[in-house]
Write a protein that binds this ligand. Structure first.
Ligand SMILES: Nc1ncnc2c1ncn2[C@@H]1O[C@H](COP(=O)(O)OP(=O)(O)OP(=O)(O)O)[C@@H](O)[C@H]1O
Length: 229
């Protein structure tokens, strides 16, 4: 369902961050993307939700080639994707509920569907009781739960996460990984997660795609982290 074919990315400053990526990710998979700093993980991830466009090659999400997609068509593909960031990116003046509802309002979902779905996803991430709070009133882990709830509220087939535990302490990171596990197992959502978290990758085993110098150097089912940081 996700397919990259000969993907090459050269930034305007001449840096080649993807040097011929070929990969396929099936529906329902849970995949870690690992590699040393500057390896090209974020570029890989960003190309997957069309934050960056490849210089050449093809990237298919559910049959749509992101490489040739017109800018005005991007929002339609984004609906198939949820994105979770290291720094949460919540709207500070909106409550937990409103932050999640906003993702449905922009696609003009009916208000009763919004109400039902927001309640449902806040329950799934364990934040029902904090729906009326502002992001500043929450811990880092709770803020990440809100951002995960936001990423799944439109029922995307794929959730892409770039260092989702990067700002969290170890214990909170495990809690957040359990939330991703529930989404993957209960909803069947494909998860693609770039991470530096060696403990997590080695203890919660999933497929590991290792990137170095813009190339996939290793791709293993139930793989390990595999390099020192
Ligand atoms: N917008 C950009 N313009 C120019 N060069 C960039 C840009 N974004 C990334 N790069 C370069 O591309 C290479 C890969 O960067 P990328 O952010 O994809 O790596 P990464 O593996 O995610 O690193 P980290 O783990 O440090 O986040 C690096 O050399 C980086 O400096």
């Amino acid at each position: 369902m996700i397919k990259m074919k000969d993907v090459y990315k050269k930034y305007t400053n001449g840096v080649v961050a993807a040097n011929g990526l070929n990969v396929q990710i099936a529906p329902g998979e849970f995949v870690y993307v690992v590699g040393p700093s500057g390896a090209g993980k974020s570029t890989f991830i960003k190309m997957m939700y069309r934050e960056e466009k490849p210089t050449s090659g093809e990237i298919y999400i559910d049959g749509t080639n992101l490489a040739t997609l017109k800018n005005r068509e991007v929002p339609f593909v984004r609906r198939k994707l949820g994105v979770v960031f290291q720094d949460f990116k919540l709207l500070p003046k909106l409550t937990v509920y409103e932050n999640v509802a906003f993702a449905m309002e922009v696609i003009e979902a009916p208000s009763d569907t919004i109400r039902d779905r927001v309640t449902e996803v806040l329950d799934l991430v364990g934040l029902k009781a904090k729906a009326r709070m502002l992001p500043t009133e929450l811990s880092g882990g709770e803020q990440q739960r809100v951002s995960i709830a936001r990423s799944i509220v439109n029922r995307p087939k794929v959730v892409i996460a770039d260092e989702p535990t990067g700002n969290l302490d170890p214990e909170t990171s495990w809690d957040i990984m359990n939330v991703f596990r529930d989404i993957n197992e209960q909803l069947g959502t494909t998860i693609v997660m770039a991470t530096h978290n060696k403990n997590i990758v080695n203890r919660i085993r999933h497929r590991v795609i290792a990137i170095e110098g813009g190339l996939i150097v290793r791709d293993e089912a139930e793989g390990v982290y595999g390099y020192e940081i």
